[in-house]
Write a protein that binds this ligand. Structure first.
Ligand code: FES
Length: 99
């Protein structure tokens, strides 16, 4: 079973393969912002992949365009609603809601 660790919270969670990072965050009360509800239409769910980028679903064109349009060009950046977990991964949440 894959694991995901959310920084800076330091929370590690066992997950079902192919769940999106956003869905995992919602299910486990990780305060990750999601202004568009997971439709790749904002960038509030932006995360930085610290390790395990090969364990995420590949980036689709729509996600890449959204990140580029917002000026987010970091190669470790992903949108959590578009990233499905397929192995162990460590991510940093960029926009934390108050917690
Ligand atoms: S929640 Fe808006 S792009 Fe992911």
């Amino acid at each position: 079973m894959p694991k995901i660790t959310f920084l800076p919270l330091g929370r590690t969670i066992d997950v079902q393969e192919d769940q999106s990072i956003l869905d995992i965050a919602i299910d486990h009360d990780v305060p990750l912002q999601q202004a568009c509800g997971g439709f790749c239409a904002c960038t509030t769910c932006h995360i930085i992949v610290k390790s395990g980028s090969d364990s995420l679903s590949p980036m689709e064109e729509e996600e890449q365009e959204r990140l580029e349009r917002m000026g987010i060009l970091d190669q470790h950046s992903r949108l959590s609603c578009q990233s499905k977990v397929r192995g162990d991964v460590v991510v940093e949440v960029v926009n934390l809601d108050d917690y």
